[in-house]
Design a binder for this molecule. Structure first.
Ligand code: FES
Length: 181
């Protein structure tokens, strides 16, 4: 008489097939899930390549515009001759985060200052883009959150911010078109 507590050969084979199918199904679902999640995250190389082109033609001397780049505000300011001169003639020993103006702008395009518009203290967006806004003691930008003053090269001059406004990577495609990123 056959032992009924032991699974028959047939039954074991069925269970094995069932388990194998279930495991394959789980792996399939997991890889489908991964593929789905993966498509929601932009690839690192896509992020690295994302750039913004800015037409500079409408910006007159002394004016500035704000553009968005990778979710951040970027200030594009066309500086006056006086603002450039001020930025160039600063004693480096007076700077908290020393950097000459020519390391923050490009040869042949010194009138254009392009910086990420996020205060390096706690991340507020400083004032100074519109003519009606205060530009602080150094004619650049003023962050009213805790009183940081930036100069016409976007360098920190007074207040709690530890660093200059960041200069993003950018390229002049032509004299009137710049690509940020
Ligand atoms: S965030 Fe700008 S001074 Fe505090």
């Amino acid at each position: 008489m056959a032992d009924e507590t032991k699974p028959s050969k047939q039954q074991s084979k069925r269970d094995f097939l069932y388990l194998t199918a279930a495991a394959t199904g789980a792996i399939g679902a997991a890889s489908l899930g991964w593929a789905f999640i993966d498509t929601l995250n932009p690839a690192a190389d896509t992020l690295a390549l994302s750039s913004t082109e800015v037409n500079l033609t409408p910006i007159e001397e002394g004016q500035a515009i704000t553009v968005m780049w990778r979710g951040k505000p970027v200030f594009v300011r066309r500086r006056t001759a006086q603002e450039i001169e001020k930025a160039e003639n600063v004693d480096m020993s007076l700077l908290r985060d020393p950097a000459t103006d020519d390391t923050r702008t490009q040869e042949g395009h010194r009138e254009w200052l392009i910086v990420v518009g996020i205060c390096t203290h706690l991340g507020c967006v400083p004032l100074g883009q519109k003519p009606s806004e205060v530009r602080g003691d150094y004619d650049g930008w003023f962050c009213p959150c805790h009183g940081s003053h930036y100069d016409t090269s976007g360098r920190i001059r007074k207040g709690p911010a530890p660093k200059n406004l960041l200069v993003p990577e950018y390229t002049f495609v032509s004299d009137s078109l710049v690509r940020i990123g």
